[in-house]
Write a protein that binds this ligand. Structure first.
Ligand SMILES: Cc1ncc(COP(=O)(O)O)c(C=O)c1O
Length: 419
């Protein structure tokens, strides 16, 4: 079936449009430390527009009930809205069928679900799992737990000094023991956009299934599961203008069908006796218990909001912001940008010579500027670049060049204080 993708209604081209977009986000009007908030921590969690807040309030005030379990008005309404949100996700990522969309708590739970449901059933002693050197801990630790349990082995794709994966070395890792590839689409610590379509095709040429961690890609670029052809794709609602507590696992139907359930309980069964349980069909098989109904509906509203602006517009505008910021910050003496890949999303990790990143974050905060400092749940990346931590500014489509100017001024102030 050909899926109708949601049409874009506006483009981000001028100040008036950006002002209008910013007005959609009540929190952006906040004062922090007596200064207007400059929110540059979008890779950790993005902000929520009024349309999503309103949708959540409407659900809680007019539509709330438990789903799938009753014939009364509210239960049917809530069920319809929850399932409509699933279809919105399906269209958003161009999945073939809505039953390929599983609602989870977030990227972390989505990856753990695959590790338990697929990994524990199909990966055994001596088998090899390929990861990359730039993974978030959420895409390392579950596989490490599986490897420990099963006696499997983790193989790691190395990267160069720009933070780009070495594709030749990636290809050389494959052999007859390779059973799985788990790879980030976009690195949260470096901003690198990996050539995931090509890498997926290569893994498939060896019969190896592929999970892509799309936590940092889904909010910032148009996605097409049928074109990417990955087997699993994971992302989180709270990084894409939705609420916390909701995420998505996309999986190809034939793989989801042969996987073991992740959790047992209500809704994931067809029948239960003390002797035997028959599991429900997908996606219910993976949604045990009462799901995050409100958050799923909120995610549906976030998807409508993002689609109204247009993911291509978002990607283009954020790229402009990244180029502007990179040019300014790279020109500052004593500042090093970490992650200089040719193909990057709007994430800028940096260090200031002689200043611990936590001090950078604290001083910027005193001017109302929110960035993230630390290892970004990617300690192997920090080890690779021989730093304990970085400062990271990450941009969204509601940020402006003026905010980047304030960041640059803030960095200058930090340098003056530590001279
Ligand atoms: C690349 C990447 N993967 C996974 C995660 C984990 O996402 P969540 O905490 O929403 O489960 C994050 C969050 O920062 C991330 O950036």
């Amino acid at each position: 079936m050909k899926i109708e993708r949601i049409k874009n209604e506006r483009t981000i081209t001028d100040k008036a449009t950006i002002d209008k977009i910013r007005a959609d986000f009540p929190i952006l009007g906040l004062q922090v430390s007596g200064k207007p908030l400059v929110y540059l921590d979008n890779a950790a969690s993005s902000q929520v527009p009024q349309a999503v807040i309103d949708r959540i309030v409407r659900y809680q005030t007019e539509e709330h009930s438990n789903i799938h379990r009753a014939v009364h008005y509210l239960s049917e309404l809530a069920t319809r809205q929850y399932e409509a949100a699933r279809v919105k996700v399906q269209h958003f990522i161009n999945a073939k069928e809505s039953r390929e969309i599983i609602f989870t708590r977030g990227t972390t739970e989505s990856i753990n679900l695959v590790m338990h449901g697929y990994g524990r059933a199909f990966i055994g002693k001596g088998d090899e799992i390929i990861l990359s050197a730039m993974e978030h801990h959420a895409n390392i630790v579950p596989w490490q737990m599986l490897a420990q349990e099963k006696g499997a082995v983790l193989r790691v794709i190395p990267m160069n000094d720009a933070g780009e994966l070495l594709v030749d070395e990636f290809e050389a890792l494959f052999n007859e023991k390779t059973k799985f590839l788990a790879l980030s689409h976009v690195s949260n610590a470096l901003g690198t956009i990996n050539p995931v379509k090509r890498m997926t095709a290569y893994a498939h040429s060896h019969g190896v299934p592929v999970l892509l961690d799309g936590a940092q890609a889904a909010p910032h670029q148009a996605l097409d599961m049928q074109d990417l052809d990955c087997d699993y794709y994971a992302f989180s609602g709270h990084k894409m203008c939705g609420p916390t507590g909701i995420g998505v696992l996309y999986g190809k139907a034939h793989l989801l069908e042969k996987m073991q359930p992740y959790q047992g309980g209500g809704d994931m069964i067809l029948s239960v006796t003390f002797e035997k349980t028959t599991y429900n069909v997908i996606p219910s098989k993976f949604e045990a218990g009462t799901p995050p109904i409100m958050a799923a509906i909120g995610l549906g509203a976030a998807i409508e909001y993002l689609s109204g602006i247009g993911l291509d517009n978002i990607a283009a505008y954020e790229h402009e912001l990244l180029e502007y910021a990179t040019e300014k910050v790279a020109a500052m003496p004593g500042v090093r940008i970490i992650g200089t890949a040719g193909n990057k999303a709007a994430v800028m990790s940096f260090e200031i010579e002689g200043v611990h990143p936590h001090d950078v974050g604290t001083i910027l905060n005193s001017d109302g500027i929110a960035i993230r400092t630390g290892h970004h749940c990617a300690q192997p990346v920090m080890d690779r670049f021989h730093v304990p931590a970085t400062a990271r500014a990450s941009f969204a489509f509601y940020n402006t060049r003026q905010e980047i100017d304030k960041l640059v001024e803030g960095i200058r102030k930090v340098q003056e204080m530590f001279l």
